[in-house]
Design a protein around this ligand. Structure first.
Ligand code: SF4
Length: 381
């Protein structure tokens, strides 16, 4: 099937011409796709039945991804979906909502870009799965559309997208950028480019390509260590000079795009959370114009633990006193395993109160145990 959620607006204009249809049909179809969020072509009632049939006969259809399970956090602000793509690919998406007084909540979707991941970060559930396959752009857009469909009855909408779910987005560059274009095209999903953040654990060529793309998307780099030796322990696929290479790449990205880069630093008890390492990190990043987001991890099956609160705060203080802009990530949905790859790999999956999606709205499932990995990603920065 050629998925209509893959097709950029200008390509859809050309398709309508090719099918002998007036060009305005493309506009009608785009409005239906990105405002009504149909789950099948037959639901696109804005088009005449004859055109729907013509599209179907030409192999076009709508929407990959069946919602397999849904979990909602105790506070109702975090929703995690397990989606089945194709026959047997299971991926996760997370919706994080941040109440704003007098306004609709900020609603951020954390998108997976791959099934599994080849980067092998030792503290990450997805990394321990290994790599399965790259996702298509339409499979990334579908994750956002699934969340938008859920928000619509509440008159809420997706406001931000972070490519921080399963996988390394810049190792799937072409499809990730196509998805970002679909999500930000005013005739398609229509988010501001600045509302999108792409995260990487360090694909240098991808960072430079993205800087040249002429887009205003945010970049987050998962650093996790201030020196090469420690980083290679945490991210075994990292190159020999990855720390300094990444700081240089962040500078280049800022220079080209004007967008401040965020360094993500997963704080792991006893491993990368000492005052000495905080001082090293401050020395590395001082004057770079970047921001550091500290992410205390939760206990994992691999024995990695979250540092005590006072150590997290002390780490942050050293960075700030060292002249580095820094925040501690707000915890979201940790009790429902909101960190990437956690839900899929959870050996206790059957013990979580999952509710079939048909009943989820009426009786949302409540996570009831600690997740093994850290909290859900933060919103776009
Ligand atoms: S942290 Fe990200 S890059 Fe590292 S293994 Fe997990 S999904 Fe892959």
């Amino acid at each position: 099937m050629n998925d209509l959620y893959r097709i950029l607006p200008q390509e859809l204009d050309a398709l309508m011409v090719e099918l002998g249809e007036p060009r305005y049909r493309a506009g009608q179809l785009l409005r239906a796709l990105y405002h009504d969020f149909p789950a099948a072509l037959v639901e696109v009632r804005a088009l005449p039945a004859a055109l729907r049939e013509k599209l179907a006969a030409a192999g076009y259809g709508v929407g990959p991804g069946d919602e397999v399970r849904s979990v909602v956090s105790e506070d109702g602000e975090t929703t995690k979906l397990l989606l089945r793509l194709g026959h047997d690919t299971l991926i996760e998406s997370v919706l994080m909502q941040y109440p704003e007084p007098g306004k609709h909540p900020r609603s951020t979707v954390c998108v997976s870009s791959q099934a599994g991941c080849a980067m092998g970060c030792i503290f990450c559930a997805t990394g321990q799965m290994g790599f399965e396959r790259n996702l298509k752009a339409e499979e990334m857009v579908a994750q956002v559309v699934h969340m938008a469909r859920r928000l619509k009855p509440r008159s809420e909408h997706v406001t931000n997208v972070v490519f921080m779910g399963m996988g390394e987005p810049l190792a799937n560059y072409g499809e990730t950028v196509r998805a970002a274009r679909l999500l930000t095209d005013p005739r398609a999903f229509g988010l501001a480019q600045r509302s999108i953040t792409i995260s990487t654990v360090g694909i240098l060529s991808g960072i430079d390509r993205l800087a040249d793309q002429g887009m205003q998307v945010g970049l987050a780099i998962s650093l996790h260590a201030p020196n090469e030796e420690l980083r290679r322990r945490l991210v075994p696929t990292a190159g020999p000079h990855s720390v300094h290479d990444l700081v240089s790449a962040a500078r280049r990205y800022f220079k080209k795009t004007g967008r401040r880069v965020t360094f993500e630093y997963a704080l792991i008890d006893g491993l990368n959370d000492s005052p000495e390492l905080a001082r090293q990190l401050a020395g590395l990043l001082r004057g770079s114009g970047t921001h550091v987001n500290l992410i205390p991890v939760n206990p994992t099956a691999g024995g990695f633990g979250r540092p005590p609160r006072q150590r997290v705060v002390a780490f942050e203080r050293i960075l700030r006193e060292g002249g580095v802009n820094c925040t501690i990530r707000a915890e979201k949905g940790s009790e429902i395993s909101a960190a990437c790859g956690q839900l899929r790999t959870d050996e206790d999956i059957a013990r979580v109160d999952f509710v079939p999606l048909s009943g989820a709205a009426a009786a949302p499932a409540r996570g009831r145990r600690q997740s093994a990995l850290g909290p859900a990603p933060s919103p776009a920065r």
